[in-house]
Design a protein around this ligand. Structure first.
Ligand code: NAI
Ligand code: MG
Length: 356
């Protein structure tokens, strides 16, 4: 089959990790007789440098005409002094919104060979864990009204957490649907004891739940959830939460899997189209040094094959190859520990390709 994939390499380690992911997809194409047509487009800081905007119209158009988008990461200190609307991250927020991708699926799975890289005590992770964070992606604080104003106490700034009932309903539905394909268990995370937006959020969760009563639902306040993730990660299966809480909790969950360099994500809306990216940022501290872990991006392509292209066998082949590489002891620096083989980004990519 033929698939059109828009690739946004972005900034920092973005171009390095997407390059490896594309090589893996090309190998899968050869092995299983698919043709992936890649079109590289600009977004983020590099787009600002070349086009004066972090999200050129051409990028939006090409993404909209593709079957899926693969993204590296955007941003870096070079662009830190730009005003908010020109910052690289704005390009990323905007493209998710433009494409209607309101559900960010972030699986945090502990690969058996990486148990020693998990900072928790062995007895807490006995048997591993498999958490699926479903994060709302196009609403909440990151999109609400923001600004600065003079007050009696001097300059002040504000951001607004705003959620509408339909926005909550559609993300919660996604979480329940995903739970039905897994273990029928959802934990909703909010801050309803303090935030009005969370009180509405929880009301909608409970209302929508009436249609999914076959699923087990429980609620946690976000501060408790942050603690529970470390105390007993195995209690979680599907987590549904707001944009900001999901951003923070999934970084926390990533460390339990060994490294932020391991976690893929899928951003979905209605239909099959999706944007796939690692959850990490552009890691300017290690960019251009062949040190970054490409596995999060490579695993993101497995999610692309599964969710957007219905290629389960091919997705599994990538995940199995990653598991094999790890089982044979190969590690990039972020997951390296004594007794394992330290490899660079390119070598890690090459190994995955060879094990596919
Ligand atoms: P970051 O995720 O880029 O890096 C945090 C730490 O993790 C760094 O020490 C980095 O070296 C390490 N790290 C991240 N990915 C890694 C990988 N694949 N392999 C090995 N080590 C890895 O977050 P940070 O430093 O807060 O942000 C850097 C820039 O990235 C900022 O401009 C930020 O706005 C942007 N950013 C972009 C995101 C995106 O494009 N989706 C998401 C998060 C941050
Ligand atoms: Mg983040």
């Amino acid at each position: 089959m033929n698939f059109n994939v828009a690739v946004i390499p972005g900034d920092g380690i973005g171009p390095e990790v997407t390059e490896q992911a594309v090589l893996v997809l090309e190998k899968i194409g050869e092995l299983y007789n698919h043709s992936f047509n890649f079109t590289e487009v600009l977004a983020g800081g590099s787009a600002y440098d070349l086009k004066g905007t972090p999200l050129p119209q051409e990028t939006i158009d090409i993404c909209k005409n593709s079957d899926a988008v693969l993204l590296g990461a955007v941003g870096g200190p070079k662009w830190d002094n730009l005003p908010g609307n020109l910052r690289p991250e704005k390009g990323l927020l905007q493209i998710r919104k433009e494409l209607g991708l309101y559900a960010n699926i972030r699986p945090a799975v502990l690969f058996d060979p990486l148990k020693e890289a998990c900072p928790l005590k062995p007895e807490l992770i006995e048997g591993g864990f498999d958490i699926c964070v479903v994060r709302e992606l196009t609403g909440g604080m990151y999109f609400g009204e923001k600004g600065r104003k003079e007050t009696d106490m001097g300059m002040a700034a504000y951001d607004t957490e705003l959620y509408s009932e339909p926005e909550v309903d559609r993300i919660v539905r996604k979480a329940f649907e995903i739970a039905r394909k897994r273990n029928n268990k959802v934990t909703n995370i909010d801050k309803m004891n303090v935030l009005e937006s969370s009180r509405l959020w929880r009301e909608v969760v409970n209302k929508t739940y009436e249609e999914y009563s076959d699923v087990t639902l429980n609620h946690l306040l976000v501060d408790n959830a942050a603690m529970q993730l470390i105390r007993d990660p195995k209690q979680f299966d599907v987590i549904v939460t707001t944009n900001m809480f999901g951003d923070i909790l999934s970084d926390e969950a990533s460390m339990l899997t060994g490294s932020i360099g391991m976690l893929p994500s899928a951003s979905l809306g209605e239909g099959k189209f999706g944007l796939y990216e690692p959850i990490h940022g552009s890691a300017p501290d290690i960019a251009g040094q062949d040190k970054a872990n490409p596995l999060a991006t490579i695993l993101s392509t497995a999610m692309m094959l599964r969710f957007s292209f219905d290629l389960e066998k091919e997705a599994k082949a990538i995940e199995d190859a990653v598991l094999k590489v790890l089982s044979e002891g190969y590690r990039t620096k972020d997951i390296y520990s004594k007794g394992t083989n330290l490899v660079g980004l390119k070598e890690m990519g090459r190994l995955v390709v060879s094990f596919c």
